[in-house]
Design a protein around this ligand. Structure first.
Ligand code: ZN
Length: 398
């Protein structure tokens, strides 16, 4: 068996293991490249180093096939959202490898897989979650640590983080190397998702990470979260206004004396708003920016001015009154406890009518609603189920 046959044999072993994943595996364009390992890019190519292929068993290579193609199918490049790639790339590997490990798939001995338990975290979470728990790297220390990379190769290509590697072939029009057009890649993703759901219906086994991703891919598009957020803020504003109106409208003995006095119109109050911002590390990039922009926008239409922001992880790091999202200092990066931020919000003067918690949802919540203020929990990454019952919930998805 020559090298290419070996690569193709391993691909068939992978298809046999996960038949539903066949379209993804079989669509990949094979490109030999001396990169020390295997990798996939964002153009539907599977690169393999012939020396590496010879050094591992076909069964191990099948595991690598699944691993590399999962980077593509799980959209790791798109999902990075500006996170530092060196840390993100570890998190995406953990998201993949826990599923492969659970299936008892062999990894090459020289390249042990990154797994959630190595950073003290449970299996079955998303890369965005693991990212919040990775050890933060000392940026200055880089360069000196060149020697330690042995045994841990530069795993993967641009499919992990969207950053083209020097050794990757460019667009087909320039490099002449076949690529799978984006529209076709989207079809493949959908096809695999449908296969997964079928497979489960037929009583087949699918690793939980794959099943969840397939369901998410197939779920119908939701109401844009911006609309939900605006509606939630308006509803809170109306509640606040209602409470104020009520005190004005209460008939008083005095009023009867004056007869048909027209009460002065009550100016609709803008809810005094505070944002509790989760800075634990998993809130990042466009999600955070658009959530803040949207909040500011809606409050502006109601006539609001600056909003106070409490940057919170396991403690409150800063209290700022900001008029622009870009002015928010994002600090923190430890554990996460939004209870601390909510408690702090209640102590503010003037006391807030509305508290918007922007979080990825990986936090404990108070058992009951905080007294005296409405709470909107805006959750990124589709974890709406983790929000408490007593809050209005908005699921923020890009
Ligand atoms: Zn990887």
């Amino acid at each position: 068996m020559n090298v290419k046959e070996r690569v193709m044999a391993a691909r068939l072993v992978a298809v046999e293991r996960w038949p539903y994943f066949g379209p993804q595996l079989l669509s990949m364009v094979l490109v030999p490249k001396s990169i020390g390992t295997c990798a996939t890019d964002t153009r539907g190519r599977f690169y393999y180093d012939p020396e590496f292929v010879k050094a591992v068993s076909v069964q191990e290579l099948a595991t690598i096939w699944l691993h590399e193609c999962l980077h593509v199918w799980l959209d790791h490049a798109e999902r990075r959202c500006g996170r530092p790639p060196s840390i993100w790339n570890k998190s995406v590997d953990r998201e993949i490898n826990d599923d492969l490990k659970k299936e008892c798939m062999p990894f090459p001995e020289a390249f042990p897989p990154l797994l959630p338990h190595q950073i003290g975290q449970p299996d079955g979470e998303l890369a965005e979650y693991y990212f919040g728990h990775e050890e933060q790297e000392d940026e200055e220390g880089e360069g000196e640590g060149d020697g330690e990379g042995e045994g841990e190769p530069e795993d993967g290509g641009s499919s992990m983080d969207g950053i083209p590697r020097d050794w990757e072939d460019g667009p087909e029009s320039e490099s002449g190397v076949s690529e799978i057009p984006e529209s076709m890649q989207e079809c493949i993703k959908q096809q695999v998702s449908e296969n997964v759901v079928e497979h489960i219906k037929d009583g087949g086994h699918v690793p939980s990470g794959i099943a969840l991703a397939a369901e998410a891919n197939l779920s119908p598009p939701k109401v844009p979260w911006q609309k939900e957020m605006a509606a939630a803020i308006r509803a809170c504003a109306a509640d606040v206004a209602g409470a104020v109106d009520f005190t004005y409208r209460r008939p008083s003995r005095r009023q009867s004396v004056y007869g048909d006095v027209i009460m002065p119109a009550v100016r609709r109050p803008v809810p005094e708003t505070v944002i509790v911002l989760d800075t634990s590390g998993s809130m990042y990039g466009p999600d955070l920016q658009s959530a803040l922009d949207e909040t500011q926008g809606v409050l502006k239409t109601l006539g609001g001015r600056g909003i106070r922001v409490l940057a919170t992880d396991s403690q409150v790091h800063s209290r700022q009154r900001v008029t622009h999202a870009s002015k928010i200092e994002v600090l923190g990066g430890g554990g996460t406890d939004m209870r601390v931020g909510l408690a702090e919000a209640q102590k503010l003067k003037p006391s807030p009518d509305l508290c918007i918690v922007l979080t990825d949802g990986y936090t404990p919540w108070p058992d009951r609603a905080p007294k005296g203020m409405q709470v909107i929990v805006a959750i990124t990454g589709g974890h709406a189920k983790r929000a408490p019952d007593w809050a209005r919930t908005v699921s923020i998805e890009g």
